[in-house]
Structure formats: C-alpha cells, structure tokens
Design a protein around this ligand. Structure first.
Ligand code: DC
Length: 240
C-alpha cells in the first residue's frame, strides 16, 4: 500500500494533536507537530528578549536556530507527550507547553520570514510520506499535495474547556473565562494574519468533533486514509 501524507489543520484546542497522534499510531506513520516548532522558537525569542514584532530579528533568530522533533520515549508517551522537541540540542518538550509560549508562538507565526524557515524544515521532516502532520497551514502551504487533508473544528467553548483541563492538569491557575479569551484571541490572530492564515483547504474534509471523542474521530480519519490508499494503489495498478 502507498504511504500517505496526511495533513490535519484546525484551530487551538480542536483536538488535532490527540487525533494526529492516534491516527499515526494506528497506521504506523510518523507523527509531527508543526506547532511545536513555532513554540520552540517563541521560547527562544522570550528568553533572548527578541521583540515579537521585530520581523527582521525574528527571521534572523529562526535562521540561526536548530529545532528538531523526535518521537517521545515510552514514559513520555504514557504521560501524554507529543513529539520530543529539541531547541539547539536542549530538550524543551515541557518548557514550550505554557500559555505564555503559546501566545508568543501565535504572534511570531505572523512573520513571513519565520514561516519560510519553519515550513522548509517541516517539508524536510515529512518528505517521503507515511506521515501525519498537524498545524494551521499543512494542507494549504506545507503539503498542498497531501493525499488526505482534514480540517478539524469544534465549538470555541468545547475547545477552551479542553485547554482549561490541560492547564489544570499542569497546575496552572486560569479561570475558564480566561482560557476562552485566550483561545478566541489566538483564533483571531491565526485566522486573520496575512501570511498563511488558518483556512480550510478547498479539498480538505471538514470534521467537527464537538460531540465526538478522539477514538471516534480517529476511526473516521483512518477509514478515509484506507480509502485513499486503495484509490492510489488502484490508480497505480492501472498505470502499469
Ligand atoms: O498548535 P499549537 O497550538 O501548538 O501552535 C502554536 C501556535 O503556532 C499557533 O497559535 C499558531 C502557530 N502555528 C502556525 O502558525 N502554523 C502551524 N502550522 C502551527 C502552529
């Protein structure tokens, strides 16, 4: 069977990570979290006090930074970690999961030069197929020829509720109203930015998981992937 490139895009808290991870696990594909790259660079910008509206400095920072994603260790996997993330060789897997870094990542992601550098890195990481990559622009910019594209949605209240639970589990004190505000603010920035805004690719399948759990959504996406695999191998057979 051909090994597909699967693009999963959607807003904050839509459940992209849990879905992408589960789909990759079922299909035996590589899972890649593109948002982690924006977060890692944001962490570096915060530490080095690079202004988040200074495009030239941010682009320079991106060009001089090495970010790598690796699969989690079994212990990290059990604890719900996504990819292991390395920033210039330092592991920052946990350090990038704060509300402050998320907001900074969303701001820095509006810079065209930063996106150029990180998109090239994502294309390299996912070259060769057999990959599920999640983000905001995977089906539109990073892999516009992905064989399967999913645009994942859920109501803002449900998405904020999921994020609130994550913050609670990490001991971060935020009220549900604060988290909803944060989600709305990021939504607005991610959807309204000039470069590569969060939009549904015209050939993406829209999946609203407001009332679906991860397992149900993963089963649906795996079914779509199997159909695509079959279509592609039939088409390849016809060409022989
Ligand atoms: O998926 P996430 O919440 O970890 O992403 C953090 C921020 O990074 C998000 O608010 C917008 C940005 N991002 C992006 O612009 N493009 C991507 N492909 C992934 C993330």
């Amino acid at each position: 069977m051909p090994r597909l490139t699967i693009a999963i895009d959607g807003p904050a808290g839509s459940g992209k990570s849990s879905l992408a991870k589960r789909v990759a696990q079922i299909l035996g594909y590589l899972y890649l979290d593109s948002g982690a790259m924006y977060r890692a660079l944001a962490l570096k910008a915060l530490r080095e006090k690079v202004a988040l509206d200074n495009s030239l400095a941010l682009e320079d920072l991106a060009r001089g930074t090495h970010i790598e994603l690796k699969p989690p260790t079994p212990e990290q996997e059990a604890a719900g970690s996504k990819n292991r993330v390395f920033l210039d060789t330092e592991e920052v897997t946990q350090a990038i999961r704060t509300a402050e870094v998320a907001q900074a990542a969303s701001r820095l992601a509006t810079t065209a030069g930063v996106r150029e550098v990180l998109v090239a890195e994502q294309q390299r990481a996912g070259a060769g197929g057999g990959v599920v990559m999640e983000g905001r622009d995977i089906g539109t910019v990073v892999f516009p020829r992905a064989e399967l594209k999913i645009f994942l949605e859920a109501s803002p209240e449900v998405r904020a509720g999921r994020r609130w639970k994550e913050h609670q589990e990490k001991g971060e004190v935020m009220t549900p109203a604060q988290v909803l505000d944060e989600v709305r603010e990021r939504d607005r920035r991610d959807r309204e930015r000039k470069v590569s805004p969060l939009v549904r690719a015209s050939d993406a399948v829209l999946v609203d998981n407001t009332a679906m759990d991860v397992e149900e959504t993963a089963r649906l996406v795996v079914m779509l992937a199997r159909e695509r695999e079959k279509e592609l191998s039939t088409a390849a057979g016809r060409e022989l």
